[in-house]
Ligand binder design. Structure first.
Ligand code: SF4
Length: 72
């Protein structure tokens, strides 16, 4: 999956969640684990990664996405 596709699917999933779509339990668990790591990262600014510029709520929902610092 290209970076553009990852961004698209991250935003699509995040947007669908606001409309009532729920991630599968394993997707939700993975996103929670990733956000937990981001919580302690100095590069996190609110809900954004200052390294890659991504919205973390959206980025962490895409299984293929990776932390630019290799933390997850
Ligand atoms: S560098 Fe990685 S761990 Fe840190 S905020 Fe960005 S995605 Fe999260």
């Amino acid at each position: 999956m290209t970076k553009i596709e990852q961004i698209f699917w991250g935003w699509a999933k995040y947007s669908f969640m606001t409309l009532g779509w729920k991630p599968k339990p394993e997707q939700w668990h993975l996103a929670e684990q990733r956000l937990y790591i981001c919580d302690d990262c100095p590069l996190r600014i609110n809900n954004k990664c200052s390294k890659c510029g991504c919205n973390l709520a959206a980025k962490t929902l895409v299984e293929e996405s990776k932390c630019p610092e290799g933390k997850w």
